[in-house]
Design a binder for this molecule. Structure first.
Ligand SMILES: *Cc1c(COP(=O)(O)O)cnc(C)c1O
Length: 360
């Protein structure tokens, strides 16, 4: 079986370095907010091109605390894409704010800048863009709208480590970049982990406080905070992998190029544009008979996955919160299929997947 993802195999090239990194943390005797977190924050900030990087517990908290840092009035509206993982929407709800969904562009799958304007009301305070599947959103028109309406911009970079738009990396466009290092992400830890990037000194301080019980100085609490610190052991593992993130990205881009070149027939392939350096967190194709296609692949030794089968507006958890119809998000969720494109996936395996697809 060709796996969609096999975390043991994807992490195998790092095993020895992980063991050394773990031994260092163990020996240090300092397990919360120590040298590993500090080092990783400096390394990742410099990789992204952001002045500050603050390690946090996970991607959802990175988003929630980014919103909390603004202290918007309860009930303020935040625009989020209808086509995303539920975490993006939950961050808004958890921050006591109101999510307003905007449909994606059917070609890029990211938020449609032409539809943002009509969702803005006098209560809109912020916009969360999601660089879905490893492709940056159209940041020029988005930043222009945000500027015109004085909206905060938060980038959900959980799927876009190293992706760029017009030569600038995601996580450097908005007021905050919110990253997840969940194990399957392009830069994945061996447990939960996340980070927030920002160029603003004051905002960086606000996140540092929020992640650590609202405290700057031990025993003194300035705001009502969270316990959402990046774990010292995970930070050490992440530093190991960050050194080879460009290699991971290059591998995924090589596999994507094979798919783009080899897949024939009535499949909708990911959009490619010279302004975008895509990192292919997921390689999504679309087909009207998606479920049959998934089964056909499985019967022929290929495990494909679906990101995601149920959109946020159709989740029971959000049915009283999200109102309206989102046919483009529905269309994507019912036709998308994710092909194997992990660090452990080989070129031979991709050629095999292409061969099976082309006989469907
Ligand atoms: C994974 C993911 C998150 C949440 O990250 P966690 O670390 O699991 O909390 C948020 N947004 C998107 C788009 C994601 O893919």
């Amino acid at each position: 079986m060709i796996d969609h993802e096999n975390l043991r195999a994807s992490n195998a090239p790092f095993m020895r370095d992980f063991q050394e990194a773990f031994a260092d943390v163990l020996e240090s005797g300092w397990y919360i907010l120590g040298n590993s977190v500090t080092s990783f924050e400096i390394e990742f900030g410099s990789y992204i091109g952001s002045r500050h990087c603050i390690g946090v517990a996970n991607g959802l908290d990175a988003l929630t605390m980014s919103l909390a840092a603004f202290k918007f009035e309860p009930g303020s509206e935040v625009i989020v894409p209808s086509n995303t993982y539920i975490a993006t929407v939950l961050s808004v709800v958890n921050a006591g704010l109101v999510p307003v969904l905007v449909e994606p562009d059917i070609h890029t799958y990211t938020i449609d800048p032409r539809k943002i304007g009509e969702a803005i009301t006098p209560r809109t305070r912020a916009l969360i863009v999601v660089h879905l599947y490893g492709k940056s959103c159209e940041m020029d028109p988005i930043l222009a709208i945000a500027k015109k309406h004085v909206l905060a911009v938060i980038e959900d970079c959980a799927q876009s480590h190293g992706a760029s738009y017009k030569g600038k990396k995601t996580g450097t466009f908005g007021d905050f970049g919110a990253f997840s290092f969940y194990p399957t992400k392009n830069l994945g830890a061996l447990g939960d982990a996340g980070a927030v990037t920002t160029d603003d000194d004051g905002r960086a301080l606000a996140i540092r406080r929020l992640r650590n019980y609202g405290s700057d100085v031990k025993h003194y609490n300035e705001v009502v905070g969270f316990n959402s610190r990046l774990d010292e052991v995970q930070a050490a593992f992440l530093s190991v992998k960050l050194k080879r993130l460009d290699e991971i990205t290059a591998h995924k881009r090589k596999l994507a190029a094979l798919y783009l070149d080899g897949i024939k027939g009535d499949f909708v392939l990911p959009a490619v544009h010279p302004d975008h350096f895509d990192v292919y967190h997921i390689f999504s194709i679309r087909h009207p008979r998606r479920d049959d296609l998934k089964k056909y692949l499985f019967d022929n030794g290929v495990a494909a996955d679906i990101h995601y089968p149920v959109p946020p507006h159709r989740q029971n958890a959000l049915k009283n919160i999200l109102k309206g119809e989102f046919p483009i998000a529905d269309e994507i969720h019912s036709t998308t299929l994710s092909l194997p494109i992990s660090f452990a996936t080989t070129e031979e395996e991709v050629l095999k997947v292409i061969e099976v697809l082309n006989t469907f």
